[in-house]
Design a binder for this molecule. Structure first.
Ligand SMILES: NC(=O)CCC(=O)C(=O)O
Length: 294
């Protein structure tokens, strides 16, 4: 039987929980050995738990090198594939929520760039397929065409954990403020973008876009990259970054493997939103962003 004292304690604990949580953004070294990549991710999930993390986020394409020629070979079904099963088990064993970066997902004859999210019992909480495919051509710098191999997702994906609503975008998705706005409108306090920018657009836009989305949606943003491997066909910028709802960088790695473990204070979301009330000042009589697909 629960006493009044127990009830007061649990209300206090609940109130504290609502104030925030600890996040780990893991910048992994990714190579051609899939099993090794997945084992490294699992090991980092356990280490993050030891550092007190409640939510652990991995980078884009963490089980495979990033490149159109790799996606078919490394693709797995969700949630039956080996990588899904390993993430589910790691989340349950460590007792954390795992935002599983991305993996090439096979579904029928289609391939997607997909993020899976696992709760602390190992249950699949969310599955998001990259909506804006990375097709760019900057002459003499970088040409990339994900759409040669991948199909685009068409659903916005948010999930709730510890009473907090999170939204997911994948890398190039961050260039599209409409997606971020939809997730903010749906009640998100934090957006997580597993991403692998490159040596041309990374220095120019990675932090800028993260700060822009944090500032215009007034929420926390986490950008999670693989570490840089200069021998890889696609060289990632790295610089995993955590940004607060004021648009300020609260933590940033360089190009090497590493992890950011930080407290996420949810009161800052309310503070910014009440002090600069753009959310209620939007001229939706003139413009709007609406979702046509939940
Ligand atoms: N993996 C990606 O979507 C890369 C996006 C990118 O580098 C960009 O500049 O945008």
């Amino acid at each position: 039987m629960h006493s009044v004292c127990d009830a007061v304690m649990s209300t206090k604990e609940e109130a504290k929980r609502r104030e925030g949580f600890k996040i780990a953004l893991v910048q992994l070294s990714v190579g051609p050995d899939k099993a090794k990549n997945v084992a490294a991710a699992v090991s980092e999930i356990h280490k993050a738990k030891e550092k007190g993390a409640h939510v652990v986020a991995l980078p884009e394409c963490f089980n495979s090198p990033y490149g159109t020629k790799y996606f078919n070979e490394y693709a797995e079904e969700v949630p039956s594939g080996a990588t899904s099963r390993a993430l589910s088990r790691a989340a349950a064993e460590a007792g954390v929520c795992v935002v599983g970066g991305t993996v090439p997902e096979r579904c029928g004859d289609k391939l997607y760039n997909t993020c899976t999210v696992w709760d602390d019992s190992g249950k699949l909480l969310a599955q998001y397929r990259k909506m804006h495919l990375f097709d760019i051509d900057i002459p003499n710098k970088i040409t990339f065409k994900e759409s040669e191999v991948l199909s685009a997702g068409d659903h916005v994906s948010t999930f709730d954990y510890r009473g907090v609503r999170f939204g997911i975008g994948i890398c190039y998705d961050i260039r599209f403020p409409e997606l971020a706005h939809l997730m903010a409108q749906q009640g998100c306090s934090m957006l997580l973008y597993p991403g692998a920018f490159n040596m041309t657009t990374g220095p120019k836009h990675w932090e800028l876009l993260g700060r822009a989305r944090a500032n215009d949606c007034q929420l926390w943003v986490g950008l999670v990259s693989p570490a840089r491997d200069t021998d890889a066909g696609y060289v990632a910028w790295g610089h995993t970054t955590l940004i607060d709802p004021w648009g300020q960088v609260k933590g940033q790695l360089d190009e090497k493997p590493g992890v950011i473990v930080e407290d996420i204070d949810l009161k800052v979301v309310e503070e910014v939103r009440s002090q600069i009330p753009i959310r209620i000042q939007r001229r939706t009589d003139v413009y709007d962003t609406v979702s046509k697909n939940k």
